[in-house]
Design a protein around this ligand. Sequence first.
Ligand code: COA
Length: 370
Amino acid sequence: MAEVLRAPKGLDGVAVADTKIAISDESGTLIYRGYSIKDLFERSTFEESTYLILYGRLPNKNELAEFESKLKRYSLVPSNVWDLVRTLPHESHQMDVLRTAVSGLGATEGGISSEEQELSIIAQMPALVANCYRINKGMELAEPDASLSLPANYLYMLTGKKPTTFEAWCFERMLILYLEHDLNASAFTVRVVGSTLADIYSACTAGLAALKGPLHGGANEAAMQMLLKVGTASNAKAYVQATIAKGEKIMGFGHRVYKTVDPRSQLTKKLLRDLLEKRGKGMELYKLCEAVESAAWEQKKLPANVDFYAAPLFMTLGIPIETFTPIFASSRTVGWVAHYNEQISDNRIYRPDAIYIGEKGLRYIPIDRR
Ligand code: COA
């Protein structure tokens, strides 16, 4: 038998693919297709950054306009997907509902090209996230407002209120920050499924399953629950101490790559402060977040990750907590599509080895003699 290399637990430090999509590193850098996240956060739009991630370069004016109109054209969700969602229990987790809806979409949208399939999933995600929640809570489907930008309309469908320009801008920044993050657990999952040559719907359904976990995308919802539990800044130190003492995780903290700073969390932190300052109320929430952040750093050198500040920002925008992780998923679908295509453009099926440490040579005993 050929010699087998043993990879470290969690594949820490092991490169399993070449990529041109994005790279993050320990110094707190994140780059999409060569552009720094800070630059895109400050200057780009959701559609433009989506184009960049999918096609590898920034679009010119005509290309962007055509891309935006394609996204509009493909944004209508087939009605049988809503019928499927209506069969699910009201208490279902929103990531389970969204995962089922995307899987249902895959069973519906045959006969269109693979590019159309990919754009359809991306374009339908805002309506899927908003309406899976609304149907599940017994509400009518949201009426989209075609006069609004894609992010503003998305926020409108989530909250039922027309956002201000600044609120829509903040939400769009979060969509940009969540677009892509190199070979995280869900992107790897998508690449593994893609490597079998299964379709993009199957790969994204699997990506959604991986993202649901609280160690991955589920952390933004969990961070919000944690902040609500801590309650005030004065409780932060004791909460962090007790959580670490119990060997439990502080949600929205720590990262495989970023050991001192996650650039996305710092950008989001500023966004939260600006939003609360503009409102002229709610600064206690910001102070609570800062207190938890300082305690986690002082006590275990854990930096806040993107999900920690995303949670209070979403809450301040009036978004239901149950949809926090689905929103992350809707944006990350763009990264998944790029990874899927990169994988199949130079494919070999993923089929690692495992070192067998179980028993051998046991003799079968009939059931009535066990
Ligand atoms: N709370 C408490 N302790 C944490 C922690 C957290 N959020 N994150 C990491 N640690 C601890 C680990 O348990 C480990 O402790 P040990 O050395 O005493 O065993 C140490 O810090 C180093 O962990 P590390 O190797 O950096 O973590 P990882 O790469 O295996 O896991 C995460 C990375 C993201 C899964 C992990 O940090 C985590 O669970 N965070 C909370 C969930 C979260 O916010 N996820 C979203 C990520 S964007």
